[in-house]
Write a protein that binds this ligand. Structure first.
Ligand SMILES: CC(C)(COP(=O)(O)OP(=O)(O)OC[C@H]1O[C@@H](n2cnc3c(N)ncnc32)[C@H](O)[C@@H]1OP(=O)(O)O)[C@@H](O)C(=O)NCCC(=O)NCCS
Length: 370
């Protein structure tokens, strides 16, 4: 689709300047009014020391910012992209165009620019290598882990026309549970206590002494060891629960149990609004007394049990202990994002908050976008 001749635009790299943050926050709010991200959080995500270098973002202006009368220049769209998988995979984390500028070819131009940026970044990272695929969504930082199902058919058709295809993988879900009254249903609690006794399990927040063993096993079993390393580097061991075999003292399982002060919470854009359905929303991020920052939302993530210890009740019991720990720390609701497995967290009373489809484009998007 060609850009309308009447729409004089320019697209440039996001610079991380204060001015660009302001522009991006305002664009975000106008483009995705139902997916509020507080300005400070957006800034933290985009500035995150571990994430920022992997990101390449662009802003579109109308007319071009070189126009002598800068007051007449308006930011009208943006694209956030990240590079992952050692430069083999590109993420289109967010693509947004202001409602009044839609249907004029701007989204296609932004996509083309974003994919070109990803190809350059991949080449730099791999010494000339190429992207194997580009996916919609992001892993770290987490905006949407895929294409939100509620975005509807029009949006899917738009991506389909640009070569993206829905993959066969399962629908990804974000889950939430209000723990103000009970952490888990009484029958689940009874079962967990039985298992803990019978299998000889012990649970304890992580500490420095357990660092080496934990990291060794994380590396051997899972892809998310970095989240644990980031917490340890910030001396936030208490944001992790570890399951042990009482007899041998061996570490059997690990989960993040992050309260609102955990450093990794700044990787999750929608964690603060995940409780809106449960707690009721006044729609105000800064509403006095009722604002979102008043609600204490915790995060369970990167849940894993050593392969040889799976299927013995360790995982479920560990998540329950982590939720109890969060509640003791004043947390009122627990968010679990990007879940592909079914009927595991649901056993504990977690409910679906948002759903996502996985969409991808094979290759680096050469010649695609417009
Ligand atoms: C998912 C995982 C943490 C579960 O730990 P576990 O100790 O093996 O699970 P448990 O023995 O506590 O299982 C308890 C219950 O959940 C069910 N369950 C276990 N693994 C499951 C899975 N992958 N999908 C769905 N249900 C599962 C069990 O069947 C059992 O059900 P029951 O109580 O009705 O008999 C573990 O299999 C694992 O580390 N998997 C790889 C990492 C992963 O996928 N993590 C989840 C990220 S969101």
């Amino acid at each position: 689709m060609a850009i309308q001749a009447s729409l004089e635009i320019s697209i440039r790299l996001f610079t991380e300047s204060d001015e660009d943050f302001k522009i991006l926050c305002s664009l975000w709010g106008e483009t995705f009014p139902k997916w509020t991200v507080d300005g400070d959080l957006l800034r933290n995500i985009l500035h995150h020391p571990f994430l920022s270098p992997q990101g390449r973002h662009f802003i579109a202006f109308h007319p071009a910012p070189s126009d002598s009368d800068s007051d007449s220049t308006k930011a009208i769209g943006f694209i956030l992209t990240y590079l992952g998988d050692e430069g083999k995979k590109g993420y289109i984390s967010t693509l947004g165009v202001l409602p009044e500028y839609r249907g004029k070819g701007l989204g296609s131009l932004l996509l083309e620019r974003g994919m070109a940026g990803l190809r350059v970044a991949a080449g730099e990272k791999t010494g000339g290598g190429k992207l194997e695929k580009i996916v919609i969504g992001s892993e770290t930082p987490r905006f949407w882990p895929g294409l939100p199902v509620t975005f509807g058919e029009d949006v899917k058709t738009w991506w389909g026309r640009r070569g993206f295809k829905k993959s066969n993988g399962p629908i990804i879900k974000d889950l939430f549970k209000d723990i103000r009254t009970e952490v888990v249903p009484p029958d689940v609690k009874d079962k967990v206590e039985r298992v803990v006794k019978e299998k000889g399990l012990r649970f304890s927040p992580w500490d420095e002494r357990g660092y080496e063993k934990c990291m060794e096993k994380q590396g051997a079993n899972f892809s998310w060891a970095k989240a644990y390393a980031v917490l340890a580097a910030s001396n936030q061991y208490h944001e992790v629960m570890v399951a042990f075999d009482t007899e041998t003292n061996e570490q059997l399982g690990w989960t993040l149990m992050c309260g609102p002060e955990a450093i990794v919470k700044d990787m999750f854009a929608f964690m603060p609004i995940s409780g809106d359905v449960a707690f009721g929303s006044d729609g105000q991020v800064h509403g006095e007394g009722t604002g979102r920052e008043e609600r204490k939302i915790g995060l369970i993530a990167a849940v894993g049990v050593d392969k040889k210890a799976r299927g013995r009740g360790v995982g479920l019991a560990m998540v329950v202990r982590a939720m109890e720990n969060l509640k003791e720390r004043g947390v009122e609701g627990v968010f679990i994002d990007s879940v592909a497995i079914r009927d595991f967290y649901e056993k504990l009373g977690f409910e679906m908050r948002w759903e996502y489809e996985s969409w991808e484009l094979v290759g680096g998007g050469e010649g695609k976008g417009v």
